[in-house]
Ligand binder design. Structure first.
Ligand code: B4P
Length: 188
């Protein structure tokens, strides 16, 4: 089984690129953001709690997303692997993922990181707000919180995967097609 991670700041294009990657390599795409939005749309207890945090630009608790990932691994057996999008987002999540994969006799295959500057994050998220109307995209102060949360809590993961020699960074600027070709170049 392959366990790829698509990594990057909010709005870097992780979700945008994930469909093409998962189709090409027969991977199950797991987006923790999408799973959480589904819970929110269905009005579950988890969804209600998540909404308050997500709409404020904060991360939901580690154990919530860890449980979701474990359930998705168990549910999907007819694939060649998984593409994790938006997970892990903290060092604790990265370590929990290692433990979970160890139990399966597996490990992370590669982390592909899409890099864009903070100014581009604002542009892309403001643009998406006009199309999708996501609450967490609509206010500049919430976008600012998401960016600072990324720098404080998510960026430390980079050195974790660099020291495991599983980290490749690519330029996330350019057209969707240009970025996609760069990703395919890394994954082979
Ligand atoms: P996510 O759903 O993961 O949201 P995201 O980071 O904003 O999305 P992404 O990077 O996938 O951007 P996209 O491709 O859509 O998370 C939402 C929230 O859920 C988080 O803030 C957090 O609260 C919570 N959450 C999720 N996972 C969690 C975890 N593990 N732990 C705790 N909390 C968690 O691209 C953005 C826009 O850019 C789109 O409009 C797209 O069309 C555009 N775009 C993409 N590529 C482009 C390109 N090359 N050129 C121009 N525009 C481009």
């Amino acid at each position: 089984m392959k366990y790829y991670i698509i990594f990057g700041p909010p709005g870097a294009g992780k979700g945008t690129q994930a469909t093409a990657i998962s189709e090409r390599y027969n991977l199950k795409h797991i987006s923790t953001g999408e799973l959480l939005r589904k819970e929110m749309a269905e009005g579950t207890e988890l969804g209600k709690k998540a909404r308050e945090l997500i709409d404020a630009g904060c991360l939901v608790p580690d154990e919530v997303v860890e449980g979701m990932i474990e359930a998705e691994f168990a549910r999907n057996t007819e694939v060649d692997g998984f593409l994790l999008d938006g997970y892990p987002r903290t060092l604790a999540q990265a370590k929990a993922l290692d433990l979970l994969l160890n139990k399966r006799g597996e490990s992370v295959t590669e982390v592909v990181s899409l890099m864009i500057p903070d100014a581009t994050i604002y542009e892309r998220i403001r643009h998406r707000a006009g199309i999708e109307g996501r609450e967490d995209d609509c206010k500049d102060e919430v976008i600012a919180t998401r960016i600072s949360t990324y720098h404080k809590k998510t960026e430390p993961i980079i050195s974790f995967y660099k020291s495991a020699e599983k980290y490749t960074e690519i330029d996330g600027l350019g057209t969707v097609e240009q970025v996609r070709e760069r990703i395919f170049g890394v994954l082979g």
